[in-house]
Design a binder for this molecule. Structure first.
Ligand code: CMP
Length: 139
């Protein structure tokens, strides 16, 4: 089914110059870029985006990290893009994410409280539409 997903290149990915690499992998897979914008995330955007993680030990380090520099917000579309991009991204922990994935190829443990894992991708149709509204109001 044709669907949309919300992808973020997180501040570590942007700072390391990996935005183009991530966009290229999305396009090489055959997905379509519907929106791309460099954003300095507001506290309100991050509170909404990470609402499900509030109260967890990594929540505040995560919000601080996501505020530490610009993120690249992306809407991508295509059949199965939600699961497809999460497969491209690899599992959450970059140390053990499979080689061939964005996190497996480009990420590592930097010895910090937060997992700097380069990208975020929505995990369901509901999350995608909720997250698109946060990062691209009106889309
Ligand atoms: P993501 O899956 O995009 O959204 C939640 C983020 O929280 C996740 O990426 C990681 O960046 C971070 N995260 C998840 N679990 C942990 C953890 N156990 N320790 C530190 N950071 C985490």
């Amino acid at each position: 089914m044709t669907e949309r997903t919300l992808i973020l290149v997180k501040p570590d990915g942007v700072a390391r110059g990996l935005s183009g690499e991530v966009l290229a992998r999305i396009e090489r897979k055959g997905y379509v870029l519907e929106g791309v914008e460099l954003v300095n995330a507001t506290a309100e955007q991050l509170a909404a985006h990470y609402a499900e993680h509030e109260g967890k030990p990594f929540y505040q380090p995560l919000v601080d990290f996501m505020s530490s520099g610009p993120v690249l917000a992306v809407i991508a579309s295509g059949d199965g893009v939600i699961a497809g991009f999460r497969s491209l991204a690899g599992t959450t922990d970059p140390t053990t994410a499979a080689p061939g994935t964005i996190r497996g190829d480009l990420g590592r443990d930097w010895g910090e409280k937060v997992q700097k894992n380069i990208v975020h991708g929505s995990d369901s149709v509901e999350s995608a539409e909720r997250e698109i509204a946060i990062w691209f109001p009106g889309r």
